[in-house]
Write a protein that binds this ligand. Structure first.
Ligand code: CUA
Length: 354
C-alpha cells in the first residue's frame, strides 16, 4: 500500500495518479502528527503558512472529489442491493446476462481519466507554485541538519546555532516574511515535516534540499521527522516557534551572546570540561566546540530536551544526563557514569546556560 511518499513536496515527489491518495493519507496522518506535548495534536486542516495553505486547498479538492465518488458508488451499490435483493416470490431463474457495453465501458474509463487528469494538473500547479518560489531579498535563511535523532538549526547570516527548535518571524500582510530552509543530513535520510507550515521534504546525506515556510500566526507549531531513520525515529520531534518581529530580534540577540560564566557553578563546569562532553557539544565562548551533539550555549532557553521528547526542567535534565539511554535507547550520547555529586554539579552548570 502506498502510505506516504506522495504528500512530499521535495524533489523526490513523483506524483502522477497518486493525487487521490494524497488527501486521504493527509487526513489519516493528522492524528499521528502530534509532537512534543502529548495533548496537542497537529490539525492539518488548519494551515498556518502559505505553502501549507496551498497544499490544503488541493487536499480539500481531492477530498471533495473522493467524497463525491464515494457517494455515487456507495449510493448506487446500496440502491442496487436493496432494489434487486432476493424476494420470497422470486422464481430463482437466472437473470439476463450482459456481456460488453460500449457506452458503460467508455463511461467508466473516460470519467476517471478526466477526474485524475484534473487532480494531477491542479496538484502539479501547486507543487510548481511552492517549489519554484524564489527567495525574496529579505528572506530569512536557515540551515536544518538532521541527525540521529535530533535537529541542528543554523542561522548562518546571524551566526547562531540551536537545536530542535526553529525560531522564525511571523509574516503579515503589511510585512511578508518568508523563511527558506536548506535541508541537510549528517548521517541517514530524515524528513522535515511540520504539517501546519508546509509539506514534507527529505534531508538526505550529501545532498541539499530546500523548502520554505511563511507562518502567518504567532505561536508554536509541532512537527516530527517523517522518514524512518533508526530506532529513535519517533523521538525526533521538532517545534517551530513563530515570533512577532521584535520578539524574534530579541531572541536572536540573546542567542548570539556567548555563554555566561557564573562563578558559583565552577565545579560543574570543571566536570563538564574534564569529561568527553566537550567532544560533542559546543558552548560558545568556551573551549567546548564539539559538533556531534546539540549546541548547549543556550540550552535552557529551549522548551524541550532530547529532541522534543521531554520538557526541559532541572529534573528531566538530570535524568537525561545521568543516562540518556533510558529515555532514548541507541542515542549517541552515552551514559557518562557520573557520580551523584558530579551529576548535581554538571546540571547546576547546565542550568546557567540560558
Ligand atoms: Cu530522523 Cu526519522
Amino acid at each position: 500500500m502506498r502510505l506516504r511518499r506522495h504528500h512530499r513536496l521535495g524533489p523526490l515527489w513523483h506524483g502522477s495518479t497518486s493525487t487521490l491518495v494524497l488527501a486521504l493519507e493527509t487526513t489519516l496522518l493528522a492524528g499521528t502528527a502530534s509532537a512534543g506535548v502529548p495533548e496537542q495534536v497537529t490539525n492539518i486542516f488548519k494551515p498556518l503558512s502559505t505553502p501549507a495553505e496551498l497544499i490544503s486547498e488541493v487536499a480539500w479538492l481531492a477530498l471533495a472529489v473522493c467524497a463525491g465518488i464515494f457517494l455515487v458508488v456507495g449510493g448506487l451499490l446500496a440502491y442496487t442491493t436493496v432494489r434487486f435483493r432476493r424476494r420470497a416470490q422470486d422464481d430463482g431463474a437466472e437473470p439476463p446476462q450482459i456481456y460488453g457495453s460500449n457506452q458503460l465501458e467508455l463511461a467508466w474509463t473516460v470519467i476517471p481519466i478526466l477526474i485524475v487528469l484534473v487532480l494531477v494538473l491542479v496538484t502539479a500547479r501547486t507543487i510548481a507554485d511552492v517549489q519554484n518560489r524564489p527567495a525574496p531579498p529579505d528572506a530569512l535563511h536557515v540551515t536544518v541538519v538532521g541527525h540521529q535523532w535530533w535537529w541542528e538549526v543554523r542561522y548562518p547570516a546571524l551566526g547562531l546555532v540551536t537545536a530542535n527548535e526553529l525560531h522564525v518571524p511571523v509574516s503579515t500582510a503589511s510585512r511578508r516574511q518568508l523563511t527558506f530552509l536548506r535541508l541537510e543530513s549528517a548521517d541517514v535520510a530524515h524528513s522535515f515535516w511540520v504539517p501546519q507550515l508546509a509539506g514534507k521534504t527529505d534531508l538526505i546525506p550529501n545532498r541539499v534540499n530546500r523548502m520554505w515556510i511563511e507562518p502567518t500566526q504567532v505561536g508554536t507549531s509541532l512537527g516530527n521527522c517523517a522518514e524512518y531513520c533508526g530506532t529513535q525515529h519517533a523521538r525526533m520531534l521538532l517545534r517551530v516557534i513563530v515570533h512577532e518581529p521584535d520578539d524574534f530580534a530579541r531572541w536572536v540577540t540573546a542567542q548570539q551572546q556567548p555563554a555566561v560564566a557564573e562563578a558559583q557553578v565552577h565545579a560543574g563546569r570543571d566536570v563538564f570540561f574534564a569529561t568527553s562532553c566537550v567532544n560533542c557539544h559546543t558552548i560558545s565562548g568556551t573551549t567546548a566546540q564539539g559538533k556531534f551533539g546539540p549546541d548547549l550555549t543556550h540550552l535552557m532557553s529551549r522548551d524541550t530536551l532530547a529532541a522534543g521528547t521531554a520538557p526541559n526542567t532541572p529534573a528531566t535534565l538530570r535524568a537525561w544526563v545521568r543516562d540518556p539511554q533510558t529515555r532514548k535507547e541507541g542515542a549517541l550520547m552515552p551514559n557518562m557514569q557520573l557520580s551523584d555529586t558530579e551529576l548535581d554539579q554538571i546540571v547546576a552548570y547546565l542550568l546557567t546556560l540560558k
